[in-house]
Design a protein around this ligand. Structure first.
Ligand code: HEM
Length: 429
């Protein structure tokens, strides 16, 4: 079959990013799996198929999780243009630019991947997350103070700008042990470095931002790693700086790769989750009142928003051997795009899949955090942040509604899906 309307999403038409669900439902209803020539990958949309592939590291590789177009190729047109500028040319040719480009975690396969996960998993154990909760409460409370001030002064606030961006960014910076440094700079690095994910035609300025932020990130964290190696301070950065895998130190490229993933993978995604929750509460006053009256529903609401509006819409695997997927033959070497956001609305798995139901018994079976060996290590932290953010927001303000001038605009990516702003009105409680 043809890939049909999914190419609208791959070509980043804003309407398809804003509402890709009819496209996904069409895909799930058709036979086999289609191949998108625009993407250079097979599109996998049904729950059972996506989950089975995620769990099969024998036959499917994670070495190119963001797709067949590697970031080098995506950036190439911009790089060629920037080579005309001698300063940029010398940066592009420097060792700094190749640092951190190694197979680690997200883009690693077993056995390396298993060893790396053993190293990072302890930092995200439930007891470590519980120990971070007081900090999450404190940061949330401070940010909500700004939200309430803004509402009092202007009658309206942007929940993405004032709240959803700051919380995960501050918490990951605290966990790494760089909390007092410049959060706005981390945010810029995170946005610029993640830019090529799901954007196959970046502008020259976007490529420049990517290169400069990668350079600054690399220099900053190499210095931090060096400081923690001689003087560990009990934070995640010290763990990574002094880690041994089977008695061997990590290389600085591996350390940088890991740090990049913590900074990038954990931020935009959690921001988007929080914004999606607030949007749904603002759009559905009955749901808002029900959750306010029954705070035990907050966990279920967080799961439902992960399921319904997956911040990572889908990632890729590469077939190591010839495989059959839903009756379609996929040759070895081909890429498959696993649509988590579609799998999560598969009626074969979730009854009334398009409806939000905080009491849904199997809500946690969604694939928004992946599944199997690459299951998101930050899931517990993201869930805790979203739960605390929701509980405290509902306690701080009443009658949350969309501002009359709110416009839904999504980030320019077919992989990462999130609102760039969300203007709401509400009454301070
Ligand atoms: C709502 C928030 C989040 C979502 C939706 C999300 C989603 C995901 C998904 C889907 C994967 C699996 C990738 C795959 O199978 O190829 C993943 C992996 C990963 N996530 Fe998250 N994530 C979130 C928050 C976080 C946080 C807070 C952190 C860290 C502080 C984090 C760090 C990572 C890392 C390092 C990986 C790679 C793990 C591996 O491949 O073994 N994520 N995430």
């Amino acid at each position: 079959m043809s890939a049909g309307n999914i190419d609208q999403l791959i070509n980043r038409e804003q309407s398809a990013i804003a509402c890709p669900y009819p496209i996904f439902s069409e895909l799930r209803a058709s036979e086999g799996i289609p191949f998108s020539a625009d993407l250079g990958a097979w599109i996998v949309s049904r729950y059972d198929d996506v989950r089975a592939i995620l769990r099969d590291t024998e036959r499917f590789s994670s070495l190119s999780p963001t797709g067949p177009a590697q970031s080098g190729e995506v950036l190439m047109a911009g790089i060629m243009e920037l080579m005309k500028d001698p300063e940029m040319a010398s940066l592009i040719g420097s060792r700094t630019m190749t640092r951190g480009r190694v197979a680690v975690l997200l883009n690693a396969d077993p056995p390396d991947h298993r060893r790396q996960r053993k190293l990072v998993n302890p930092a995200f154990r439930p007891d470590r997350i519980r120990a971070m909760e007081p900090a999450v409460v404190e940061v949330t409370s401070r940010l909500l103070g700004d939200v309430v001030d803004d509402l009092r002064a202007n009658g309206v606030t942007d929940i993405v700008e004032r709240f959803a961006v700051g919380l995960p960014m501050t918490i990951i910076a605290m966990a790494l042990g760089v909390a007092d440094d410049d959060l706005a700079t981390f945010k810029r690095w995170s946005d610029d470095i993640v830019m090529p994910v799901g954007n196959h035609s970046p502008s020259v300025e976007q490529v420049r931002g990517f290169l400069l932020s990668t350079k600054e990130f690399t220099e900053y964290f190499l210095a931090q790693i060096a400081a923690r190696t001689s003087n560990p301070t009990g934070d995640l950065l010290s763990d990574i700086a002094n880690a041994r895998i089977d008695g061997e130190e990590l290389t600085d490229d591996e350390q940088l790769g890991m740090l990049q993933q913590f900074l990038v993978a954990g931020n935009e995604t959690t921001t988007n989750l929080i914004a999606n929750i607030v949007r749904r509460l603002a759009e559905e006053p009955d749901l808002q009142e029900r959750v306010r009256a029954n705070p035990e529903m907050v966990d279920g609401l967080v799961e439902e928003m992960l399921r319904l509006e997956a911040p990572v819409g889908g990632l890729f695997r590469r077939a190591k051997v010839d495989v059959d997927v839903a009756g379609t033959r996929v040759p070895a070497g081909d890429h498959l795009w696993l649509l988590f956001a579609s799998a999560n609305r598969d009626e074969c798995k979730f009854a009334s899949a398009d409806a939000v139901d905080p009491m849904r018994p199997n809500a946690k079976d969604h694939l928004a955090f992946g599944n199997g060996e690459h299951f998101c290590p930050g899931a517990g932290l993201a869930r805790a942040e979203a739960r605390i953010a929701t509980e405290m927001l509902l306690a701080a303000v009443k009658d949350i509604r969309l501002a009359p001038d709110n416009e839904f605009r999504y980030g320019d990516s077919f992989v990462l899906r999130g609102l760039t702003s969300l203007r709401i009105v509400a009454k301070p409680a």
